[in-house]
Design a protein around this ligand. Structure first.
Ligand code: APR
Length: 311
């Protein structure tokens, strides 16, 4: 049997944090892979976290590499390879460079870890996960994009900040593309089952929805030279955990839709059931007219970016 193996493609800010929290959760042995120029950095991060183990008490191994042979047989692959945004950039501005990177990554993952559950994090998310799917030829249940979990977590955070109630008791969902047209579904927002509209006035709720849509950009401005990494790492790790432990979690994720919600042939943020079968199902439900038209807007935006990939 042995331990599970988790390969992190890209060992930068998100990759490094993923290595740490994946090890701390003891999900399996961790391999951090980056470009040859960054191999020392991957080995350094791996060794540093190995030396944290005596204090934390976990026994998984971590290694750093630039050689894809080392990811052989990985159960989960999490891809953060690529460049992050700088202030003033949209996620779409990253496409031309990140599309080249994902093509190379997809060919190698296909060769060395053909059975892995693959979680894509690189931006522009919906187009990059689509590109991975096309280039690798993996079955659709084996490929997913991490975005909705993060966007939903941001919405929950702002609702908690507004009400002062525990973020644990706040539930809601953000659907659509991982960009400014994303669709926070207010109807699903509640505090321990109490509809959020009973607790927050409409104008404040509108302001929170707006802030959620550009929450990634708010962080890009604050950082000045990169984008969010702690929360994105946690969200990707949770998706890996749902798969490895067959948790059957329902996590808003970029999943391939084939007719669900009127979307066909594209990855977009929808509630996805994640368990041992990967994305086992897109959980469909009836949208209102307004929600549906907002989803169509974001769908058009995703289609446009995907068209630019040429795939
Ligand atoms: N193969 C493997 N790794 C690569 C490749 C490649 N072809 N090209 C670049 N990388 C590595 C970089 O060397 C870097 O270490 O990807 C890593 C990216 O790390 P950061 O620059 O720190 O970016 P990060 O904040 O982790 O974000 C990664 O996720 O959220 C998205 O928009 C974000 O696309 C970005 C990605």
């Amino acid at each position: 049997m042995g331990r599970k193996k988790i390969a992190l493609i890209g060992g930068g800010q998100i990759g490094g944090n993923l290595a740490l929290i994946t090890a701390q959760k003891e999900l399996g042995d961790v391999v951090i892979l980056d470009i040859p120029k960054a191999e020392g950095m991957t080995k350094g991060k791996a060794l540093d976290i190995m030396q944290l183990r005596p204090h934390d008490g976990y026994d998984v191994n971590l290694t750093g590499t630039s050689d894809y042979k080392d990811i052989e047989g990985a159960n989960v692959v999490i891809i953060t390879a690529g460049v992050p945004r700088k202030p003033g950039m949209d996620r779409e501005d990253l496409l031309s460079i990140n599309i080249k990177i994902i093509t190379d990554v997809a060919e190698n993952v296909k060769k060395y870890a053909p059975n892995a559950f693959v979680i894509v994090v690189s931006n522009p998310l919906d187009a990059i996960v689509y590109s991975f799917y096309k280039v690798s030829g993996f079955p659709k249940n084996q490929v997913v994009g991490m975005a909705g979990a993060l966007d939903t977590g941001r919405f929950r955070t702002f609702l908690s900040m507004e009400t002062g109630f525990s973020v644990q008791d706040i539930h809601c969902m953000v659907m659509g593309g991982h960009g400014d047209t994303m669709v926070p579904i207010i109807r699903t927002a509640n505090v321990a089952g109490i509809p959020i509209t009973e607790l927050i006035p409409e104008d404040r709720l509108e302001a929170i929805v707006k802030r959620t849509r550009v929450a990634g950009g708010e962080l890009v401005k604050l950082f000045g030279n990169g984008s969010a990494y702690y929360a994105p790492a946690q969200c990707a790790m949770e998706m890996a955990e749902a798969y490895l432990l067959d948790k059957k979690r329902v996590i808003p994720s970029a999943a391939l839709c084939e007719g669900e919600f009127g979307i066909d042939g594209y990855f977009i943020g929808v509630p996805a059931l994640i368990g041992a079968g990967g994305v086992e199902k897109v959980v469909e439900f009836e949208l209102t007219e307004d929600e549906n038209s907002a989803l169509q807007d974001t769908y058009e935006k995703v289609k446009k970016t995907v068209a630019e990939t040429g795939l």
